[in-house]
Design a protein around this ligand. Structure first.
Ligand code: SAH
Ligand code: SF4
Ligand code: F3S
Length: 471
């Protein structure tokens, strides 16, 4: 990150909840504030600016914000007692949905900004230092934001540097019965192809070997191509795969309805498109899928899975599930378990339905009792756990390419990720960071693998793939 040498150094603390898109947004907010002299801080205490980047997807996520705001009120008072000032901003999806409630319940908040307005942060910070009340900015649309943001500089993602996130699409027009995203992120919007390719090249020049394209419905991507026509995600992936030094591509989150022929063909044709796909299905019951407004049946989902697996036989799948959507009976839930057994997931996220204000399902009749939701969640999670364990065990004995991202858990270890997004640990030099090398998997753990750097032919193959990224 570059900081203007003339500006005094100020400390910026950002806390991020929610999806990867929020992780990306937090990094971009840091980029926007860097020229004002803000550099990252490890803790909110003593910071000059604190941003809480929030998630509204389930009730629990929202509650976390208000308990954090309580703690920050004290930190802010302590800062004032020291003679300093802490600017407190609430960003993200709760800010968008509940801006007025935030300032009413927590009047010590200085700035409330929605996900499409953070390019205006410097101006808001200046206004907040002058204004008596809170500054609120919750406008749409996303076009403005991407046009006005500086080039991405701060590394994004959990293994910042080697792996990076790149938002290509935002918002959602699908209006699933249970979901707040269309209200918090606005209408679907795709960034133009040239902008995406330029950002990807910059990330690779900065050391990224793996890029994950992000979008609430990333495979609804329809960005303007250089020739003036819209490109789909398959075509975008093909263009990205040409970038020298970019070894791996992923995308998330995709919607079963938007998996088109070209995207399936991209999985067949592009070795660098990793064989792991997060494809949320939510339920295995056609009745519930219709009530959710998902726009596909269980059979249609299974057909998409079969076609993807035909195209890329080593493809592993992950998914999201909601139990206890209004109207879900024991029989509907049994259909979800049946779908899970039929597909066999490598990983999955499952949630109890949480009624969100303003969404159609929140006011629907036949809400499911909490105890019933708990029981269903437990049963589903037990099955998904078994499947994840079985998948991890199935890698034992295989020699697989691992992209190394940094130090492992113990001294002398390096950590990386498998093609199926499993963390992998093995003994080896830290100099492997940024390289892809072959590892023979020796043991499977609940959420990771461990192994040995392969020698002989496997290792020399790996060597050939280790050409450094161009600077
Ligand atoms: N665009 C993605 C989902 C984004 S939200 C898709 O359509 O699949 C991430 C996940 O949160 C969803 O897949 C869903 O499983 C869960 N979720 C969303 N709203 C929820 C709610 N009201 N209650 C419980 N889980 C919810
Ligand atoms: Fe929410 Fe549905 Fe849009 Fe996914 S597709 S973000 S679940 S409304
Ligand atoms: Fe949460 Fe907003 Fe992402 S509601 S899941 S942070 S799009």
């Amino acid at each position: 990150m570059t900081t203007c040498s003339s500006a005094p150094r100020k400390r910026l603390f950002i806390r991020t909840w929610g999806c990867q898109m929020n992780v990306y947004d937090s990094a971009r907010m840091a980029d926007v504030l860097a020229p004002l002299g803000y550099a990252p801080a490890e803790a909110p205490e003593g910071a000059d600016m604190v941003i809480l980047n929030t998630c509204h997807i389930r009730e629990k996520a929202t509650e976390k914000l208000f308990s954090e705001l309580g703690r920050l009120r004290e930190a802010k008072a302590a800062r004032r007692a020291e003679g300093g000032k802490m600017v407190l901003a609430v960003a993200g999806c709760v800010a968008q949905a509940e801006g007025a409630e935030i300032t009413a319940r927590a009047p010590w908040v200085d700035i409330v900004l929605g996900p499409q307005t953070y390019h205006r942060l410097p101006e808001m910070v200046a206004r907040a230092s002058r204004a008596a009340g809170a500054v609120i900015e919750t406008d749409f649309p996303a076009e403005d934001k991407f046009d006005h943001l500086p080039d991405a500089a701060a590394p994004q993602g959990p293994n910042a540097g080697v792996t990076a996130f790149l938002t290509v699409q935002e918002g959602c027009d699908k209006f699933c019965s249970f979901c707040v995203v269309p209200y918090t992120r606005g209408a679907e919007f795709s960034r133009p192809v040239a902008q995406v390719l330029a950002e990807a090249r910059r990330l690779v020049a900065g050391g990224a070997r793996e890029i994950t394209l992000l979008g609430q419905n990333v495979n609804a991507y329809h960005g303007k191509g250089p020739e003036g026509r819209d490109w789909g995600l398959g075509r975008l992936l093909r263009a990205l795969a040409e970038i020298p030094g970019l070894a791996r591509l992923r995308y998330t989150t995709s919607h079963p309805r938007d998996v088109d022929d070209d995207l399936i063909a991209a999985h067949r044709d592009l070795p660098g498109l990793m064989p792991f796909l997060h494809l949320p299905v939510q339920s295995g019951s056609d009745k519930v899928l219709a009530a959710m407004n998902r726009g596909h049946t269980a059979e249609e989902f299974l057909r998409v899975v079969d076609r993807l697996r035909d195209a890329r036989p080593d493809l592993a799948l992950s998914s999201d599930f909601i139990v206890g959507h209004p109207g879900e009976t024991a029989e509907d839930f049994a259909a979800t378990l049946a779908l899970v057994r039929r597909v066999g997931f490598a990983q999955a996220f499952s949630f109890k339905y949480s009624a969100r204000p303003g969404t159609p399902a929140a006011g629907a009749p036949f809400q499911v009792r909490e105890a019933e939701k708990d029981a269903r969640l437990q049963a589903l999670q037990a099955l998904l756990r078994d499947q994840q364990d079985a998948f991890n065990r199935s890698r034992v004995g295989m020699t697989i390419p691992v992209l190394f991202t940094g130090p492992g858990r113990h001294p002398g270890q390096v950590a990386g990720r498998s093609p199926w997004l499993q963390p992998v640990h093995c003994s080896g030099p830290l100099s492997l960071t940024g390289a892809e090398a072959a590892v023979t998997v020796l043991a499977a753990h609940p959420n990771s693998l461990s192994g040995l750097l392969a020698t002989g032919e496997a290792a020399s193959n790996a060597q050939r793939e280790e050409e450094p990224a161009p600077a």
